[in-house]
Design a protein around this ligand. Structure first.
Ligand code: TYM
Length: 339
């Protein structure tokens, strides 16, 4: 492991591939805002280079990147307190990624479950080379800042483990103690928000059923309807967390309530244990509407001024490069690049 003590620094990213879900909010954005308010340096990124590992319509990509930036700010990330960037505007990410492409092994990449899921049942030969190399770019995103902590949802855990492997192999291959061994931060009740139609499937923007997810752009009516129609079982809610085992849909709704109300699952169950879903669902719907609709109206207000978003991102890129340029320079020196 590392002998050097690195200054605590938080980094995380989200793909601007269109649409933010309640999963993105509870698993990522809300936790990013919490981390920002703990006095640690925080850097948050729209990862457009990752998005193009599958083809994106250029006009959509531009709009989605701005909308995502609005989503970050509307969720409480303050550009005066955090550095907010668009990945392609900080070229050191892609430059370090190339070095990491030469450190990471094909076998490591082939074992990534997201790669396997995305190519399952399809012709893997037709997937882009970028999709295969995706986790090496993600490692570069994190390590170009010497970030020590990365808040993510459960589904990104394996990628952070790979980031640690890349840092260790680089440090070992070059006999240095240069890159930190980053910690994933996967905490709270909502690090894996599940589909409202199937409690065993992750809530995802790519699910063909819109009823399976709450979008951050949904209005009060849509949020309430989706929660009222969410799949459940016929039993009343249990009074302790053990009673949620083998009840994926019930567990998911309780986890969502817990994360939105900032109470532990035990606290929630102390309040709602014994209740029927007919009573609990309207409570959850009211809570979700109260927490989410101010975010969607703030997002709408912010996207109406794209020039302001572009200014925020340009300033973020400048601040970011003060950190990334010296780290890339030092990396090149370690590797033996001259000049
Ligand atoms: P992405 O864009 O798929 O998701 C962004 C963040 O949202 C979390 N998330 C969820 N959390 C809980 N429940 C869900 N249903 C749910 N769906 C999504 C994800 O875990 C993630 O934290 N590879 C990354 C982006 C990335 C990145 C990075 C992240 C690129 N470079 C460096 C951290 C550090 C991704 O595709 O996330």
């Amino acid at each position: 492991m590392s002998e050097t003590t690195f200054t605590p620094r938080v980094f995380s990213g989200i793909q601007p591939s269109g649409g933010l879900t309640l999963g993105n909010y509870l698993g990522a954005l809300k936790r990013f805002a919490d981390a920002q308010n703990q006095g640690i340096q925080t850097i948050y990124c729209m990862v457009d280079l990752h998005a193009i590992t599958v083809w994106q319509n250029p006009e959509d990509l531009r709009n989605n990147t701005r909308e995502l930036c609005a989503g970050f700010i509307a969720s409480g990330i303050d550009p005066e307190k955090s550095i907010l960037i668009n990945q392609s505007q900080v070229p050191e990410h892609a430059q370090l990624a190339w070095v990491f492409n030469c450190v990471a092994r094909m076998g490591w990449m082939g074992r990534m479950t997201q790669w396997k899921d995305k190519t399952a049942g399809k012709n893997a030969e037709a997937a882009s080379l970028g999709l295969f190399a995706y986790p090496a770019l993600m490692a570069a995103d994190i390590l170009i800042y010497h970030a020590t902590h990365v808040p993510v949802g459960e589904d990104q855990k394996q990628h952070i483990e790979l980031t640690r492997d890349i840092a260790m192999k680089f440090n070992h291959d070059y006999g240095v103690d240069f890159f930190p061994i980053t910690e994933p931060v996967i905490e709270g009740a909502a690090t894996r928000v599940m589909s409202l139609r199937d409690g065993t499937k992750k809530m995802s923007k790519s699910d063909p059923s819109d009823a399976s997810r709450i979008n951050l752009t949904d209005d009060a009516d849509a949020i309430s309807k989706k929660i009222r129609k969410a799949k459940t079982d016929p039993e009343p809610l249990p009074s302790d967390a053990k009673g949620l085992e083998d009840r994926p849909e019930a567990r998911n709704l309780v986890n969502i309530y817990s994360a939105l109300s900032e109470q532990t699952v035990d606290q929630v169950l102390a309040e709602v244990g014994g209740m029927q879903f007919g009573t609990f669902k309207p409570m959850l719907a009211d809570l979700a509407v109260a927490k989410l609709t101010p975010i969607s109206s703030e997002m709408a207000r912010l996207v109406a001024d794209p020039a302001e978003i572009d200014r925020i991102l340009a300033r973020g890129a400048e601040q970011a490069r003060e950190i990334t340029a010296p780290i890339l320079k030092k990396t090149y020196e370690i590797v033996g690049m001259i000049g």
